[in-house]
Design a protein around this ligand. Sequence first.
Ligand SMILES: Cc1cc2nc3c(=O)[nH]c(=O)nc-3n(C[C@H](O)[C@H](O)[C@H](O)COP(=O)(O)OP(=O)(O)OC[C@H]3O[C@@H](n4cnc5c(N)ncnc54)[C@H](O)[C@@H]3O)c2cc1C
Length: 487
Amino acid sequence: MYDVAIIGGGVIGCAIARELSRYRLRTVVLEMCEEVGFGTTKTNSGIIHAGHHSSPDTLKGRLVVRGNQLFDQLFEELNFGFARIGELVVAAEEEDIQVLDSLKAQGDAKGVPGLEMWDRQRLRREEPNLSHKLLAALHAPSAGVINPYEFAFALIENAIDNGVELKINSPVLNVKTGKKAITIRIPREKIQARFALNCAGIFADQIARMAGVDDFSIHPRKGEEYMLDKRLMGLVRKLIFPVPKANSKGILIIPTFNGTMMVGPTAEDTDDRYDVSTSYGGSEQVFASVSKICPSIAERDTITEFAGLRAVSNTNDFIIGPTRKKGFINVAGIQSPGLTSAPAIAEYVCDILKDEGLILEPQKEFKRQVPGPPRFATLSLEDRQQLIKLNPLFGRVVCRCELITEAEIHNAIDHGARTLDGIKFRSRAGMGRCQGGFCTTRCMDILAQRLGVPFDKITKRGGDSWIVLDMANKQHPKTRGQKTKAR
Ligand SMILES: Cc1cc2nc3c(=O)[nH]c(=O)nc-3n(C[C@H](O)[C@H](O)[C@H](O)COP(=O)(O)OP(=O)(O)OC[C@H]3O[C@@H](n4cnc5c(N)ncnc54)[C@H](O)[C@@H]3O)c2cc1C
């Protein structure tokens, strides 16, 4: 019997798992994918919002500011990519200035630190590459950028280090609530827990319905993002926002933690919970919008693109709390700013569990630190030479674009990578200009050797996302040996 079963290993499930691992509890995370963070968590803008965009009358509006504040300590403890680079909301028209004023008033009332109005001259001095037609900006110094997947990996690694169990490839098939326990069925196993936390992202309403809770619905809203060539690095120094729209914060210019510029996201409602395709229309919309703010950004600079699905609830707010089914707690509708709010949501859920009767006795031997991975590309020549002396695998470059060495690929596997994306998001191999053209087969080779599986069993992100086909058998290993139907 577990004390808590967390359904869904996105950033929310991982943050809660880490928070619960401070206490003497038996906790399990059930994740349907091959690795944690492979849902919306890896497909967002990677912004730690300052908190002035959302109304204090909403739960998301309250949790976002606390979430933002918690990141300095988390960064110190868990060593993921994070920097407070600050944010500007820019006014292109006279009437936009009123919107900036009301955003500032909202932020001041919520305790967002350091909000400041910049006039045209200040804006031009600080961000000379933005359009000279812009009139003013609202500066929020506490906004930051983060590598969201690194954050999720570090949270779960630390949680596991403190005793949490993680079951990957474990889609929840059924949830039965009872007087004393909740029974959760996953393939080949039944899990019993006193409490179940529904952190299943865009599938949270389906999980709730399994448990007999049908009082909310989730509506996916797709956002397309475009990564630009590193030659544009430094074009802007801060996050650049237009004035917000009714259903989104608008299309942004994002100098990501590692320096690659990203533009997006779009906001398009969809019924398809699996559709993460990008589109010609999306790209047109993104570049038409950002080129008005920063004229030197052009579509031809795109090196790759992706899309993610926001889990928008029918209340348009986070839905966090106990339900009429004993022990079943929703942590649903976690759309933006869910990434920013994750640490605050984790605290909030612990308080709910306490109110519901869970005894939270601190673990004296709680370990707070996760060591950061080696980052060869960021070191001085002397440090690189030292490292190569200690481990010659640092002398073998696997990814040329990002200067990632073989030792770093092994480190990624040591820390849980089981797929090509797992390696990419832990080490950055494959994230550069050639998008894995050079390093994919090298990474696959190393992964196949380390996992002791054939080359053609390596997948991009688990499931049937395999990359090569065994031509001798002309069948994927999953189906090899099974009789094929005659045509
Ligand atoms: C385009 C875009 C941009 C965004 N930008 C930002 C931003 O800059 N800043 C910010 O704060 N927020 C941002 N967000 C929002 C943020 O990404 C989300 O709020 C956050 O990732 C939600 O995390 P989650 O854990 O709830 O969901 P997910 O990451 O989707 O995790 C849910 C997990 O549940 C698993 N799961 C589902 N069903 C089952 C099942 N039956 N059994 C087992 N496991 C299951 C999934 O596999 C998944 O891993 C953005 C979102 C999008 C789409």
